[in-house]
Design a protein around this ligand. Structure first.
Ligand code: MG
Length: 381
């Protein structure tokens, strides 16, 4: 079998899909994207295609090594997202050729379903609390919310009080729910210790990116001052980015993104490395159906996977939801806060190609907002 073409489709709300075709008619789908740089990643896919066209898609490990090692320069969000999408599509092809779901080819699932959490939004504490109650009514026992808006490197304590008020209102409304709080790297070292201390009484499931993961020395300070689990990893792209963090012992949960960190091949290895340090896995996935399916296959075979992010119906996706792009929508049904593992061959999602093509005519040029502090300096989004 030979790869005959690799096409990308830039589709709303902010995604990029990829289709690999072969001379035997088997096709594979992938999702190579970094949010805000979709066209750049598509160009990187195009550059990698020069090597892949004409090759046998079966040799995933070798193709991965050529894409990673063969170009001299390596790593980073653009290249690793391009490799990720191609890798997912190669696994999709392999599964379809073998008539097996990818998790079966990775050794077989070690669980029957995967716990998932839902995002909750809302600007005021009461709105957030109501949104959490709605999620509980839908069967979720775990939620995640944004923890902070703009915070300058040293900001007013009032902003910490506001964050605490929101979390406290949610905790009162839902005493038994597991709460993850994502700080998006918006907090800086001088204020983070006070913030984390103030959140301790709420027994959070985790705090995510309490500071940016590149400010790792600050993570060390947080870890030695709190019992709240620390999660990070959506902005790390390979085993080499994760290795010092895993070995440090300061992080409790890692969140590699299956569309940013080299795909199924690489994230499976990152998950295994984490397992050897007793660190949990919670793959990052605010993306589309191909990325989510890829996550579930890695979750299926990773003993340390404990919860899966997903974006069904979240605020980012207005007008083009994850389920709109596939015909077997039931594959992502959530029951009692759990998703079943995909059982169809390959990724197990049936991509609606006509819909993908139609949406690619519109495309998108999604960029995250640029926030500024009161003094005019740019803020972390
Ligand atoms: Mg996050």
């Amino acid at each position: 079998m030979k790869i005959t073409s690799i096409k990308t489709f830039i589709v709303p709300p902010r995604w990029c899909f990829l289709k690999i075709e072969t001379d035997e008619g088997v096709v594979g789908w992938g999702e190579p994207v970094i949010e805000g740089k979709a066209a750049t990643v598509a160009t990187a896919v195009d550059e990698l295609s020069d090597y892949l066209i004409g090759k046998d898609p079966a040799f995933i490990e070798d193709h991965w090594n050529v894409m990673y090692r063969g170009g001299f320069y390596r790593g980073g969000p653009i290249l690793m997202s391009a490799i990720a999408g191609i890798d997912q599509a190669l696994w999709d092809i392999k599964g379809k050729v073998m008539g097996q779901p990818i998790h079966a080819l990775l050794g077989g699932a070690c669980r029957t379903s995967m716990k998932t959490y839902s995002w909750v939004g809302g600007d005021r504490p009461a709105d957030v609390a109501n949104a959490v109650r709605e999620r509980i009514a839908q069967g979720f026992d775990s939620v995640k919310l944004n923890g902070a808006q703009e915070l300058q490197i040293v900001d007013s304590h009032k902003k910490i009080d506001e964050i605490v008020e929101t979390i406290s209102t949610v905790r009162d409304a839902a005493p038994d729910v597991n709460i993850g709080v994502d700080f998006h790297g918006r907090v800086h070292k001088p204020m983070v210790k006070t913030l984390v201390k103030a959140l301790e009484p709420f027994n959070l499931m985790f705090i995510e990116e309490p500071v940016l993961s590149e400010n790792f020395e600050a993570i060390r300070d947080i870890a030695s001052n709190t019992h709240t689990p620390i999660a990070l990893g959506e902005r790390l792209y390979s085993r080499w980015d994760f290795k010092n963090i895993l070995a440090s012992g300061y992080v409790d949960i890692i969140q590699p993104d299956l569309s940013h960190a080299g795909g199924i091949t690489e994230c499976r290895k990152i998950a295994s490395m984490a397992e050897a340090y007793d660190i949990a896995l919670a793959p990052h996935c605010p993306l589309g159906p191909i990325a989510l399916a890829a996550c579930l296959h890695v979750d299926a075979v990773s003993y340390n996977a404990f919860i899966q992010e997903q974006s069904v119906g979240i605020h980012y996706n207005a007008g083009a939801d994850l389920l709109d792009y596939i015909t077997n929508k039931e594959v992502f049904d959530v029951e009692d806060g759990m998703m079943k593992l995909p059982q169809g061959p390959g990724l197990g999602v049936d991509v609606d190609e006509e819909f993908v093509k139609k949406m690619a005519e519109t495309g998108h040029n999604w960029k995250n907002p640029v926030w500024r502090h009161k003094d005019g300096s740019v803020a972390e989004w």
